[in-house]
Design a protein around this ligand. Structure first.
Ligand SMILES: *[C@@H]1O[C@H](CO)[C@@H](O)[C@H](O)[C@H]1NC(C)=O
Ligand SMILES: *[C@@H]1O[C@H](CO)[C@@H](O)[C@H](O)[C@H]1NC(C)=O
Ligand SMILES: *[C@@H]1O[C@H](CO)[C@@H](O)[C@H](O)[C@H]1NC(C)=O
Ligand SMILES: *[C@@H]1O[C@H](CO)[C@@H](O)[C@H](O)[C@H]1NC(C)=O
Length: 482
């Protein structure tokens, strides 16, 4: 690690100081990317043998859960228009495209004994077309769209899904691993556990609150972590020597800064970080949950009269298998938090009060938080880190999106600064390539570099000002702070 760090300092970022403007050169080996996720862009919800995902069910059978009562049946129609998407990626000049693979498109009922050939064909087409365009695929195996059949059988609250996910990952390696070298197992397990299974800060599919919160939150997270490890180990044992790719995970996190410099607020900010990033990263890199979570949740559980902690425990064998189970780490970052220590809590449910999140103010935009989280993740986990999502949303999808340009500029610079600080940061990914189905917000929230006309059957994509700006940054390989 020391020698690697030395390399990063070797004059790779020249900073030219102007009067009020700084130019940052982009290191040669730093890549730019854009991202989407299957459910949000593909459409083709029932096409060619695809099974239903929890999001297909959620959008259709639970009225009112989506702001504009929309669904992902057609979305951006990338199932049919992927070639247009790849042309647009090519125009941007990105080196990589982060997309996700729909589990029920590959395995309609979630099980690996019935593979859908049309699903395999779709992703083969996408991957081949990307490679032909000189764009490296970065594939997420699972971005929220659990097959309904598995969810009905307990989903992420059932240990069975760990093996099912491993079997699914094997199918992906077998079919695509000759060409896909950048694998990401699971997108934002934090969101799945807190929104999908606990309803904290929002509700997402499957909205399964059959088990009391936050028991469900910690249990679903536990299986998500073990499922990740399963997919990693399968790659290690069966594919790595032949395919020579790398397997990582995408974690969403803010940056948690103490509201004041009191010992209590500093400790609360550290706990908040542990309960978001550390919750997943520490098992994966170190083999167990953060000490602050283990102690805090156990004592809270005891104080409420429970005989066991709400936080599940990993077995000694699981700890061994988990430790070091990622070759790289993707970070999704959107905003920071200012953290006050406080003992009351806002959710009206018996949540642990130890996580320091009980009084948080959102800091937005907060690019210095990205710099901090990248430095922290790189130093703590000692693996290559990639910004797998960062972006700005508006409600209009306007083509004249100078606010988005300002946001992206500041966050790309923060990323390059983290690299300059010595963090092992390999690339930056904009969320999103185009406006899309933003989960619970439907089509009311727009993050795209490309505007999509959702009333046009052709789903025409039009570049926004930010698309030309990003194209320029990538072509020039330099970025001005003004
Ligand atoms: C919710 O999870 C429970 C297991 O805790 C399962 O029995 C049930 O079928 C699930 N319900 C839905 C709608 O997913
Ligand atoms: C806390 O102390 C640091 C170092 O002295 C200082 O930079 C920072 O602004 C202080 N933060 C607050 C919220 O007062
Ligand atoms: C979107 O497409 C519809 C149908 O083709 C068209 O009438 C409308 O003008 C388009 N909107 C924009 C903003 O281009
Ligand atoms: C949609 O695409 C078809 C085929 O490319 C084209 O003929 C048609 O004019 C397009 N419609 C609109 C509204 O752009």
């Amino acid at each position: 690690m020391k020698t690697l760090l030395g390399l990063f300092f070797a004059g790779i970022i020249a900073v030219v100081q102007g009067q009020s403007c700084t130019t940052y050169q982009v290191p040669k080996d730093f890549f730019f990317a854009a991202a989407t996720a299957a459910f949000q862009v593909e459409g083709g919800a029932k096409a060619d043998g695809k099974g239903a995902s929890i999001w297909d069910i959620w959008t259709h059978y639970f009225p009112g859960v989506i702001t504009d009562n929309s669904n992902g049946d057609i979305a951006c129609d990338s199932y049919h228009l992927y070639k247009v998407d790849i042309q647009n990626l090519k125009k941007l000049g990105v080196q990589q495209y982060r997309f996700s693979i729909s589990w029920p498109r590959i395995l309609p009922d979630g099980n690996a004994n019935s593979v859908n050939p049309a699903g395999i064909q779709y992703y083969n087409n996408l991957i081949n077309e990307l490679i032909a365009a000189g764009i490296e695929p970065m594939a997420t195996m699972f971005h929220f769209d659990t097959p309904t059949t598995l969810s009905d059988a307990g989903g992420w609250l059932s240990r069975d899904i760990v093996d099912k996910f491993g079997d699914y990952a094997r199918v992906l390696y077998q079919n695509f691993g000759d060409r896909v070298k950048n694998w990401l197992t699971i997108n934002e397990p934090l969101s799945i556990s807190t929104w999908g299974y606990c309803g904290l800060d929002g509700v997402q599919a499957p909205g399964n609150f059959s088990m009391q919160c936050p028991w469900s939150k910690y249990l679903s997270a536990h299986y998500l972590i073990l499922a990740h490890a399963k997919a990693y180990i399968i790659y290690d044992r069966e594919f790595r020597s032949r395919q020579r790719g790398r397997v990582g995970i995408v974690l969403s996190t803010g940056w948690y800064t103490p509201a004041t410099n009191t010992t209590e607020d500093i400790a609360a900010a550290n706990r908040a970080r542990d309960f978001a990033l550390g919750w997943f990263a520490e098992p994966i890199f170190f083999g167990d949950y953060p000490q602050s979570m283990k102690e805090g949740i156990a004592s809270k559980s005891t104080s409420e009269g429970y005989t066991t902690s709400r936080l599940p425990e990993f077995s000694p064998l699981e700890k061994l298998l988990l430790k070091g189970s990622a070759d790289w780490l993707g970070i999704n970052y959107y905003y920071g938090f200012s953290i006050n220590n406080r003992v009351t809590f806002p959710y009206g449910i018996p949540q642990e009060q130890v996580d320091g999140s009980t009084n948080r103010n959102v800091l937005y935009p907060y690019p210095q938080g990205l710099r901090s989280v990248l430095n922290y993740a790189s130093q703590t986990y000692k693996v290559p880190v990639v910004v797998t999502e960062n972006g700005y949303s508006d409600g209009t999808g306007t083509l004249d999106d100078t606010i988005r340009i300002d946001f992206l500029r500041d966050h790309i610079i923060a990323t390059l600064q983290a690299r300059q600080d010595g963090a092992n940061i390999q690339g930056y990914t904009v969320w999103s390539l185009m406006d899309n189905m933003e989960w619970s917000s439907g089509y009311t929230v727009k993050y795209g570099l490309y505007q999509v006309n959702f009333t046009d059957p052709n789903r025409t994509r039009t570049p926004k000002a930010s698309a030309s700006w990003y194209t320029n940054v990538i072509a020039q390989r330099s970025i001005n702070s003004c």
